[in-house]
Design a protein around this ligand. Structure first.
Ligand code: FAD
Length: 382
């Protein structure tokens, strides 16, 4: 059977692949794009972000996807509470699925697994081969990404129904005034309606093992401590994400690998928070407006990813401070101190846009952890 040919093929319909479809179809409605995704588009995720994470020129891409929005958010630590003014947004993966299915003809979404790919061809698990002017690989990171030295951020969340009302008006993005014995732990709460709140129990840990049953029990304990009378739990998500302390970009993405990558597969995420939405949005805008949609995409995307890796050096240093300079019960002190800094600096940090003076400000003064270990973590070359 002769191979079919398309203008562009995207492997993986996660956040990055989905946004790439939306950005490309908005810019070039006649482009013949194929999306290869064996599971649900977007998977099962809530993607949250700060308003300042998305540049005004990219706002039109994410605006129709936003399901929940709030004015301001709170953080809580053992010795510090703060209300910040920054707006907060959440996208449900079902919205991305709907938007992508509305943007592409049904026969251009292939429920298949790519088993092999080059800059201009893709082989599916059915044995079928597709040819294309260009190919983008957004198939996610996998469990043990080569070239990265990581700790882990692991979490489990549930939407709780509280018929009498939970009383929250805005998200608590970090409630670290909870037991810290196992490392930096915080509970994250998103009030979806007066009677529905999404609650996630999160840990910054040295190992990736996750015990969802135990975390669900702790969510129930947290709800009880807030005085919430919970009638039931619905939507559930869990994750284990890399917190990148160091690594070797050339091992992560060898220069000989000329297949274009996007999303977390290209390392386009924040080294400390592991959040990828700000970078996935920027990448989709770049793809639609500036990138070559041909065999030259691989080297161009790799160059972009390499620059992102270089910009992440400071955030990897902070990740080492968090995971290596403090004993697990003391790790919260680093974030508690961070959240005393000016709000614009905090916004730039999450958006991956810290300036040199932000970095100096973050490091200035006596560290909230043992000085010798802080210096050792900063100087460590891994
Ligand atoms: C539960 C959870 C919540 C998160 N919350 C946030 C958040 O609030 N904000 C934020 O910014 N980040 C968040 N993140 C981190 C990050 O943004 C997400 O992991 C994001 O979904 C990564 O997007 P991606 O498209 O790069 O990769 P993925 O989401 O991993 O998508 C990869 C896709 O490729 C598909 N695929 C895999 N193999 C093949 C194959 N062989 N052929 C074809 N397709 C294949 C997979 O099925 C999947 O759909 C969260 C992560 C998790 C796990």
């Amino acid at each position: 059977m002769p191979a079919t040919r398309h203008d562009f093929i995207i492997l993986g319909g996660g956040l990055a692949g989905g946004l790439a479809v939306l950005a490309l179809t908005a810019k070039q409605p006649d482009l013949d794009i194929v999306l290869v995704e064996p599971a649900a588009i977007g998977g099962n995720h809530l993607w949250s972000f700060f308003d300042s994470d998305v540049a005004p020129r990219d706002a039109a891409l994410v605006e129709p996807l936003i399901g929940h929005r709030w004015s301001g958010y709170d953080v809580r630590f053992p010795a510090h509470r703060r209300r910040l003014a920054q707006d907060y947004r959440t996208i449900e993966s079902e919205r991305l699925d709907e938007a992508v299915r509305a943007a592409l003809p049904a026969d251009r979404i292939l429920a298949a697994r790519a088993v092999d790919a080059s800059q201009i061809s893709v082989t599916l698990d059915s044995g079928e081969t597709l040819l294309a002017g260009g190919v983008l690989d957004t198939r996610g990171l996998g469990v043990a990404p080569a070239g990265l030295v990581c700790g882990w951020q692991k979490f489990c969340g549930q939407t709780l129904t509280v018929p009498a009302g939970h009383g929250l008006e805005r998200p608590i993005v970090m409630d670290a005034a909870v037991d810290q014995a196992e490392g930096y732990r915080f509970v994250y709460s998103l009030p979806f309606s007066p009677t529905e709140v999404f609650v996630e129990d999160t840990y910054y840990a040295d190992t990736p093992e996750l015990n969802p049953a135990e975390l669900k029990r702790r969510i129930a304990d947290y709800a009880e401590a807030q005085g919430w009378d919970v009638a039931g739990a619905s939507r559930q998500e869990s994750g284990v994400l890399p917190v990148v302390m160091g690594g070797d970009f050339d091992a992560f993405w060898p220069a000989t690998d000329r297949l274009a990558r996007g999303g977390v597969r290209a390392g386009l995420f924040h080294p400390l928070t592991s959040y990828s939405l700000p970078d996935a949005v920027r990448f989709a805008g770049w793809l639609a407006h500036e990138a070559p949609l041909n065999a030259g995409l691989g080297p161009a995307a790799r160059l972009r990813a390499e620059r992102h890796w270089q910009r992440g050096r400071f955030d990897r240093l902070l990740a080492r401070m968090l995971l290596r300079a403090a004993d697990p019960p003391q790790r919260y002190r680093i974030l508690e101190r961070f959240y005393r800094l000016p709000e614009p600096l905090i916004g730039r940090f999450y958006a991956g846009q810290s300036t040199l003076s932000d970095r100096l400000r973050i490091l200035a003064g006596k560290p909230p952890v043992p000085v010798g270990r802080a210096v050792a973590a900063m100087l460590e070359r891994i």
